[in-house]
Write a protein that binds this ligand. Structure first.
Ligand code: CTP
Length: 413
């Protein structure tokens, strides 16, 4: 339909970028089309994209949103399967070529120019949508071959300099598809990292890219690659990616998986980005932490919470020989009372393997723990103020340790 509307307005219309890439991957994949085709579609128009967008939205009776600053618009359309399809429409960069005094201006193939400006060859193909030439693949730069052979390749030398977030995108696509960044691209990427181009990007844009990496099925692969390529160091000052950090990060993903399967409530309101930064920044000096926290918009208590877990962890390390103490569930209550979920998960990463089962047992138990008496009952019995709190805590610990059974609380007051 979009192509038909293009014809009606006399404009060339193409679907471009990730949609084309994923379509070709799905066609080529042995899974026989089980790979789902995305519902976000990028369309490029040779001509006025906004005018075209308005026209399409009207014809489809779809929601239309304009982003005048970027000269793009979005259409939200509900398809037959009741799924919302988002169509982003952009105007192809129109380049005029001055021919020495002859014809005033000659328009170059604008779709070609548009594609050339894109990040990687695998994302730089277009499919024409106009009726009459519907379905023609526009592949000006050997892109399809790169896609088939698993190569991430930039199209022009300044690609990473012009948009350093592409450094992170290269890693994300490489790991997602099991592709390889080709040697020249890798050299350019390393140069851009080395020369500090990542530092020039706003924290928010970097954060968005990092969060996308963390949403991938196997983020650890990308994290390792970023560590090796010194990207981590350039994103987080005075943060040195070491084998110890790598082990902790690996453990974090295992631990997170455990929580997901066994203690899912503890993942409420937890952001993977914050968890990863807890681990990654645990040895980063305080001065740098402040700058990092500001740059990436971390919660105001991030540094304080991180320190708290580190302190608790070092206290626990000192108690390791005191088996009697550390095998009581109440011990973990004392150490972590008041912790946020994120802190509880980070502590699981730091705890030695032999304590982990106990700790998980504690988390399971405290989650369900409900006293059969309240402060009011204590008040009636003559307890007051701080005494009430202390007594309730005492009862809670006894329940955790199995010294009393649920229902026996009243015998203690
Ligand atoms: N693009 C680019 N440079 C960037 C970001 C995007 O050239 N820094 C281009 C690419 O052609 C990309 C398209 O814009 O294919 C759309 O970008 P985006 O929606 O971010 O990514 P997708 O390629 O659709 O990938 P994903 O599957 O992760 O959504």
């Amino acid at each position: 339909l979009i192509g038909l509307y293009g014809n009606e307005l006399g404009l060339n219309v193409y679907v471009v970028g990730g949609f084309v890439r994923d379509l070709l991957l799905a066609i080529n994949s042995k899974s026989n089309g089980t790979k789902s085709i995305p519902y976000d579609i990028d369309v490029v128009v040779e001509g006025d994209g906004l005018l075209f967008g308005k026209y399409v939205a009207k014809q489809l009776r779809a929601k239309y949103i304009e982003h005048p600053k970027f000269h793009t618009c979005s259409i939200f359309y509900r398809n037959g399967e009741n799924k919302i399809i988002r169509i982003d429409i952009a105007t192809a960069r129109t380049e005029y070529y001055e021919e020495a005094g002859e014809l005033p201006k000659v328009e170059l193939s604008t779709i070609k120019k548009d594609l050339y400006r894109r990040d990687f060859s695998i994302n730089a193909m277009a499919i024409k949508l106009n009726s009459g030439s519907f379905g023609i693949l526009m592949d000006f730069f050997n892109c399809k071959k790169d896609l088939e052979e698993g190569r991430i390749r930039i199209l022009y030398p300044l690609s990473f300099i012009e948009d350093p977030t592409r450094i992170l995108r290269a890693i994300r696509f490489e790991q997602r598809f099991g592709f390889e960044i080709e040697p020249n691209t890798l050299t350019k990427l390393e140069e851009a990292v080395e020369k500090g181009y990542l530092e020039k990007v706003t924290g928010m844009r970097i954060r968005e890219e990092l969060e996308k990496i963390l949403e991938e099925p196997e983020p650890m692969k990308a994290v390792k690659r970023m560590g090796k390529l010194k990207i981590i160091f350039h994103l987080f000052e005075k943060t040195y990616y070491s084998p110890t950090l790598e082990k902790d990060l690996e453990k974090l993903f295992d631990v997170k998986n455990y929580f997901k399967n066994n203690l899912p409530n503890y993942l409420n309101k937890v952001r993977v980005f914050h968890l990863v930064l807890d681990v990654l920044l645990q040895y980063t000096p305080e001065e740098s932490l402040k700058k990092i926290s500001e740059r990436y918009g971390l919660p105001k208590d991030f540094i304080k919470n991180l320190k708290q877990v580190k302190n608790v962890y070092s206290e626990i390390s000192k108690d390791l020989n005191n088996k009697e103490k550390i095998l009581n569930l109440s011990y973990y209550y004392e150490k972590t009372n008041g912790f946020q979920n994120e802190q509880l998960i980070f502590l699981a990463v730091k705890l030695p393997e032999e304590l982990l089962e106990k700790y998980y047992e504690y988390l399971r138990k405290i989650e369900k723990l409900k006293l059969s008496i309240t402060g009011k009952d204590l008040l009636k019995k003559g307890y007051e103020g701080a005494q009430i709190k202390a007594k309730l805590e005492e009862i809670k610990k006894k329940l955790l340790n199995g010294e009393i059974q649920p229902g026996e609380e009243k015998n203690l007051i």
